[in-house]
Design a protein around this ligand. Structure first.
Ligand code: NAD
Length: 497
């Protein structure tokens, strides 16, 4: 059995506990990952402490060159990385490449770090006084990442953190840790000094050790909301800066004037791509008006029936298995619950079996109509290939649904009416909005982050928000007296009056 160990300078020693990693196509165990503890984390922290000052003192252009080289290496290894990712996660190869590519786009942003780290300067803020600011790395940062984007989300974090001059300790999901390990090896090959990017594996025990370690200055977390909230509270109580992204239940509002063929095409990819295991999936569609609902439903049914569920290496598959049997059970449990609550099960994906892969963790595409906001299955994240239809009589009701939902990650509106779109974007209580764009994941030089229970903390991922998170600002007020007495009164607070 393949064993996956920590990536810590000098080795970590063996871990008493391990976690099984599945092949979700076959339903078999393919490897075991070590589950570490506080003592192993401390080894990584000591190595990071030793390496970080020299890295911070390395000029930003040289740090950026490591990022350029890393991008080249990841591109050269794209096929192997995508196969590795797909074999543990279950997303199809083309989608795995997308996962890696979206992370690389943050690395491209990080290649420009010298420019964004320039501070501000005011000459002559007072007589003979200049004020300037500089952004300095926070020291040691940690990232705790979910299973669903094992390449992109680690790169969101370490790309910016390391380019800013920090050392970084990554704790990837214990369900698919191989790609994060390979990324750390490639960073070393790209020229990052030893100790600048390390990987520790584990579960709650390791996460708690990270949150409690006094030498870790900042923690970035992405995962489910209850854990995000816990991580935020515990990390902040320990005096760290923390950003903690949580779950989602994104809505797609379909106005009566929308191009329904386009909408159905967009919805099929956004609701079922990656088996619905995306925090920016669109699992709820809200047609406005009964006529829109009926027309949409009539077009959705054949489109969903035509979806091809297959193993993750099948180029003809639209999506593959979900990540574990436990997760498959959870998704199927929510489908059952939604039907019990009164939803109309139009297409039922439970009990789906793929010939030759009967033990794989597959869930067939599912469509449920007449879902209402009082249902638990609407209130909660299902995170599977399940699309719920919530009918709204008018625009105001449709606007209210995502605005009042506990999650506020992404939302989309489909319309040809610019005024409605503009009004919606301005008023909806959600962090990322798509206008005729089903998955509005912002590009790397903008920033990613939801509202409400989709994100705790006040800075987003990547872009300038990421730079702010991974640096602290220092402001210097300088005066070089010319020797003549200034006659000022040192007992009164200086003002610019
Ligand atoms: P998860 O919350 O189970 O795990 C996330 C991380 O937390 C993992 O590294 C895991 O080891 C760790 N963890 C698990 N249990 C813990 C505990 N009790 N205490 C401390 N740490 C613990 O999430 P997941 O299932 O890996 O990922 C899916 C979730 O992530 C979904 O809710 C999805 O919406 C969310 N997500 C959010 C975003 C976003 O940006 N908002 C992006 C991707 C995924």
């Amino acid at each position: 059995m393949r064993q996956i160990d920590h990536f810590i300078v000098g080795g970590a020693g063996s871990s008493a506990r391990t976690h099984d990693i599945f092949n979700p196509n076959e339903g078999t165990v393919q490897a075991q990952v070590a589950l570490g503890d506080a003592a192993q984390l401390d080894k990584a922290v000591q190595a990071a402490l030793a390496a970080q000052p020299a890295w911070a003192a390395t000029n930003p252009q040289r740090r950026a060159r490591v990022m350029f080289k890393f991008k080249e290496l990841v591109e050269a290894n794209m096929d192997a990385l995508a196969h590795m990712l797909s074999s543990e996660h279950g997303k199809v190869i083309a989608d795995s490449k997308g996962d890696i590519q979206r992370g690389l786009e943050v690395i491209e942003f990080a290649c420009g770090i010298p420019h964004v780290l320039k501070g501000e300067y005011t000459q002559g803020a007072g007589t003979g006084i200049d004020v300037y600011s500089m952004r300095q790395p926070i020291g040691i940062g940690a990232g705790i990442t979910p299973f669903n984007f094992p390449a992109m989300i680690p790169m969101w974090m370490f790309g910016v953190a390391i380019a800013c001059g920090n050392a970084f300790i990554l704790k990837p999901s214990e369900r698919d840790p191989s790609v994060p390990m390979r990324l750390a090896e490639l960073m070393l090959e790209a020229g990052a000094p030893e100790g600048i990017l390390q990987v520790v594996h584990g579960d709650k025990e390791m996460v708690d050790a990270i949150l409690d370690h006094p030498a870790i200055a900042g923690v970035s977390f992405v995962g489910s909301s209850d854990i995000a909230h816990y991580v935020y509270n515990r990390g902040v109580a320990a005096g760290k800066r923390v950003q903690a992204m949580g779950g989602a239940k994104n809505h797609g509002i379909v106005m009566p004037d929308a191009d329904l063929d386009q909408v159905v095409n967009d919805l099929a990819g956004a609701a079922f791509g990656s088996a619905g295991e995306r925090c920016m999936a669109l699992p709820v569609v809200v047609p406005v008006g009964e006529d829109t609902a009926e027309r949409l439903r009539a077009k959705l049914i054949p489109a969903i029936e035509a979806l091809n569920v297959g193993i993750s290496t099948d180029p003809a598959a639209h999506y593959g298995p979900v990540v574990t049997q436990e997760h498959k059970n959870k998704v199927e449990g929510w489908i059952a619950k939604c039907a019990e609550e009164g939803g109309e099960l139009v297409i039922d994906g439970r009990g789906f079996s793929l010939q030759g892969y009967e033990k794989g963790f597959f869930v067939g595409p599912t469509l449920i109509d007449h879902v209402t906001p009082d249902m638990d299955s609407y209130h909660n994240e299902i995170f599977g290939p399940v699309l719920q239809i919530v009918r709204a009589p008018d625009f105001e009701t449709a606007l209210e649904l995502p605005s009042k939902h506990q999650y506020g990650n992404g939302v989309a509106i489909f319309t040809r009416n610019g005024h409605a779109a503009r009004e919606f974007a301005a008023r909806v209580n959600v962090g990322m909005v798509g206008i005729n764009v089903p998955i509005p994941v912002p590009v790397a030089y903008h920033t990613f982050g939801g509202w409400k229970r989709s994100a705790f903390g006040d800075t987003n991922q990547h872009g300038m928000e990421g730079v702010k998170f991974w640096t602290k600002i220092k402001t210097i007020t300088q005066r070089w007296p010319d020797g003549s007495p200034d006659g000022g009164n040192a007992f009164v607070i200086p003002t610019m009056g």
